[in-house]
Ligand binder design. Structure first.
Ligand code: KG4
Ligand code: ZN
Length: 345
């Protein structure tokens, strides 16, 4: 096996994307994503049962398509990696069972990996420089965290997290109230482009009293309440302005806290990942603030920000290259796995 560029197939089924990626070390060879998002739309959120069933139908075709695209033979793979947590139990089980089956049938090592660590590791696919200690802002539909990452294969520290809703969840809930559909992030992003930031919505966990205990934590429930109250009190509201003002409040807090974490730790490298990292205003504000702070900023292209299998394969390849032992076959899923657990032992 080439330890420099291990050939790894990664499977991701923690939420509503059935995704399979193949990498050769830090080179992306295939990235297949089948989403069941349309089936959840009328419920205004991901329904676990529907997601699991959709994964079952989509997993083998996705694996076949990834293999076809990459022109890699399954027998040439160096390892199989799979998201084993955190995420929806039933959804995770489909990916882990498929990965177990492949590893057993092909006699290849299996790596059960952390979904959040994968969102950070995808950075490896977007440039050639050596990874260096970084602060990672991870913002998705299920998580909002600020992490200190010294080494991708084993050193993640959580500096802060959301105390209530995840950032993406806040986008999804506000989009529903505004009648914009699901998922909320992309539609609010588009709607906000035609609006102005006219309303000063609250920035959660930024008061002086929060600086001590919750410096790097987030809270979006107060913002959600403020938007609902504003809409009730203002029948003539301009939807695009509400979307722009809400988005500004979220993005302001996310970027400020992430750069504060860089300053406090003396780390001058910031990564932003997860579905919300696709947000155009977040990307713009982060770029602006990072430049002013002298911090190197990296945000993957939008297709690698939302859930995908390439990020799982990238982390798997990094584990192989770093000589980390594979996980035992038959690993269990852990729906609430802590971010410190990068690979299942
Ligand atoms: O990482 P991801 O694909 O799945 C999870 O791990 O949760 O993130 C999905 C979340 C959804 O809440 C979605 O509304 C949000 O990412 N999202 C966005 C944008 N695109 C996706 N949020 C804000 N702006 C966007 N452009
Ligand atoms: Zn995710």
């Amino acid at each position: 096996m080439s330890v420099d560029a291990p050939l790894v197939l990664g499977i991701e089924t923690s939420c509503d994307e059935t995704a399979v990626g193949i990498v050769a070390g830090r080179k992306l060879l295939a990235n297949v994503v089948a989403s069941s998002v349309d089936e959840h739309e009328r419920f205004g959120g991901v329904v676990p049962e529907i997601a699991s069933r959709a994964h079952l139908e989509a997993i083998w075709p996705a694996i076949e398509r990834a293999v076809e695209t990459s022109k890699v033979k399954l027998s040439d793979l160096d390892a199989i990696a799979v998201t084993a947590g955190p995420g929806l139990v039933g959804a995770l089980l489909v990916g882990v069972s498929a990965a177990n089956g492949l590893a057993l049938a092909l006699d290849k090592p299996l790596y059960g990996v952390n979904h959040l660590a994968s969102h950070v590791a995808v950075d490896l696919l977007t440039h050639e420089k050596e990874f260096r200690p970084s602060i990672a802002l991870l913002v998705s539909g299920g998580h909002s965290s600020i992490l200190k990452v010294d080494r991708l294969s084993n050193s993640f520290d959580s500096l802060g997290r959301t105390l209530d809703d995840a950032a993406g969840e806040a986008f999804d809930k506000i989009a529903r109230i505004l009648g914009l559909g699901f998922p909320g992030g992309p539609v609010i992003d588009v709607e906000a482009r035609t609006g102005k930031v006219t309303i000063d919505f609250p920035r959660g966990m930024t008061a002086a009293k929060d600086q001590e205990d919750h410096r790097f934590d987030f809270s979006f429930s107060g913002l959600k309440t403020a938007v609902s109250r504003y809409l009730k009190a203002t029948p003539e509201f301009v939807r695009a302005d509400v979307a722009a003002s809400f988005q500004e409040a979220v993005v302001d807090v996310l970027t400020k806290k992430a750069l504060d974490a860089c300053k406090e730790t003396g780390i001058d490298s910031l990564l932003i990942g997860g579905g919300v990292a696709a947000n155009s205003r977040l990307r713009e504000m982060a770029m602006d603030r990072a430049l002013k702070a002298g911090v190197e900023l990296r945000i993957p292209p939008a297709s690698l920000c939302t859930d995908n299998g390439a990020m799982v394969a990238a982390l798997g390849a990094n584990l192989v290259a770093d000589g980390i032992a594979p996980s035992p076959l038959g690993i269990a899923v852990d729906s609430s796995a802590p971010v410190e657990l990068v690979a299942w032992k």
